[in-house]
Write a protein that binds this ligand. Structure first.
Ligand code: FCB
Length: 445
């Protein structure tokens, strides 16, 4: 990749995109709100963080960015940047602390938040589940249990009935791959299982949760329904057959499983070869509800991975370090993968369906007083790809930056900084970074 001089200005500006192309910023409930406030119930992330060795420094989302009290200031910052939309999420455990009983204060919070967006001319893009599973449902087996998608549909109906008349768009589940595979096979996120059988069940139940939720939202007349699937560009580390085959399986599990289910009602054959004996009974009967029509597809993209074949039991993949410059997460900066995945998804799965980038961004070792030029460069390179995709006729309709604020980065706690705005976790002070001001200029021009 050619290296570029880091600049404090975007090369891209709003006028490089068609009228109506949406520029947005994203956060999620547990990562910013402060779950100790407002009657939210315990979640599986609270209990995961208490298990030794699971989360850096044992940090949890109890206080996070105190957005629960500072939401108006945060919405002002979004509006002042000239952004068109805000992708936020609703916490299941805040709205239903035990997974089924309503906490009116919780739903009222999101009602005010949505009105606050509309008052400021910001389009509300809701995601219903961004990972804070109520502990009471985790105790029933979480995503390995078929009861959870059914409960999720009920939750979706309640949120849809209350907020749906004002939402611009809604997606049920953030990053199904993370909810299912990363959390039940890789063991890296709550509940921290490393069990192929649990993973197979979760891979199906999360897809089912998407379908049942879309059905419930549509029954409440909630408009503009979609999904937010994460993708990672899988590159074989060498041209050895074993590495090429492992990269194909990695791609199937990560990038084709959920999109294939949602758009075609099919799981990829190569992945099913490894999982079919472990799938829940009669999973085939659910494919119709999983693949009912949606109005748009969202893709979260951050990086590529170098894949090796391990020669061990299926799925027999491993990852090795790559040569590209890396973010503070150790993730390679790889806009080529963004280009490749979007074109492949449109060509083979989504066709004319509008696409949105629902997350893209980087963690950087930001400190107050030091400009985050790396972030400007990262976002700019990906926006250049987005511009070219649109010019080539890929139906990309919007681009969302992760994240508005530095926040709780799951197993890595609070020291991975993804925000356009710096947060001091001692007093919650917000300080816009250079990238925030550069973005505001690019959007105003
Ligand atoms: C995504 C998640 C988001 C955040 C970013 C860095 O996978 O959706 O919550 O953690 O990664």
């Amino acid at each position: 990749m050619p290296s570029r001089d880091l600049r404090d200005t975007f090369s891209i500006r709003r006028s490089d995109f068609p009228d109506g192309f949406l520029f947005a910023v994203a956060t999620s409930a547990y990562q910013i709100e402060g779950h100790a406030h407002g009657g939210a119930g315990p979640t599986h992330w609270d209990s995961f963080a208490k298990q030794p060795g699971k989360v850096d420094r044992g940090e949890d989302g109890a206080l996070a960015c105190d957005h629960y009290h500072r939401w108006a200031e945060d919405l002002d910052l979004i509006a002042q940047a000239g952004l068109d939309a805000y992708r936020f999420s609703t916490s299941w455990a805040r709205i239903m602390p035990d997974g089924k009983t309503l906490n009116p204060e919780g739903l009222d919070f999101y009602d005010r938040l949505v009105d606050g967006m509309l008052e400021r001319g910001i389009k509300p893009m809701a995601t219903l589940y961004h990972w804070e599973l109520p502990q009471a449902l985790a105790d029933k087996g979480g995503w390995t249990s078929r009861e959870i998608p059914q409960r999720f549909a009920e939750f979706s109906r309640v949120v849809g009935a209350r907020l749906g008349d004002r939402l611009y768009s809604t997606a049920p589940v953030n990053e199904p791959w993370c909810v299912a595979w990363l959390s039940h096979y890789e063991g890296y996120h709550a509940p921290g299982l490393a069990n192929l059988g649990a993973a197979a069940r979760a891979m199906h139940h999360v897809a089912l949760a998407h379908g049942l939720s879309i059905e419930a939202l549509r029954s409440e007349d909630v408009p503009n329904l979609g999904a937010a699937c994460n993708m990672e560009y899988a590159l074989p580390a060498t041209d050895r057959d074993a590495d090429v085959a492992a990269a194909e399986i990695y791609d199937g599990i990560y990038n084709r499983w959920f999109v294939g289910a949602m758009t075609k009602g099919e799981y990829p054959e190569d992945v099913l070869d490894g999982l079919s004996d472990l799938m829940p009974d009669r999973w085939q009967d659910d494919m119709k509800v999983i693949s009912q029509p949606i109005d748009w597809m969202g893709i979260n993209y951050y990086t590529c991975k170098r894949i090796i074949g391990t020669g061990k039991a299926w799925p027999a993949y491993g990852t090795v370090d790559g040569p590209l410059p890396k973010t503070d997460m150790g993730w390679e900066v790889c806009p080529e993968g963004f280009d490749w995945l979007l074109r492949r998804t449109a060509r083979e799965y989504t066709g004319d369906l509008p696409l949105f980038i629902t997350e893209n961004g980087m963690a950087n070792g930001d400190k107050p007083g030091r400009d985050d030029l790396e972030r400007i460069d990262y976002l700019d390179r990906h926006l250049e790809v987005a511009r070219d995709l649109v010019a080539d006729g890929v139906p990309l309709r919007g681009y969302t930056i992760w994240s508005l604020l530095d926040n709780y980065e799951w197993t890595l706690g609070y020291d991975k900084r993804f925000g356009l705005i710096h947060v001091d976790f001692a007093d919650f002070a917000r300080t816009p970074k250079a990238s925030y001001y550069a973005l505001a200029r690019a959007l105003a021009e």
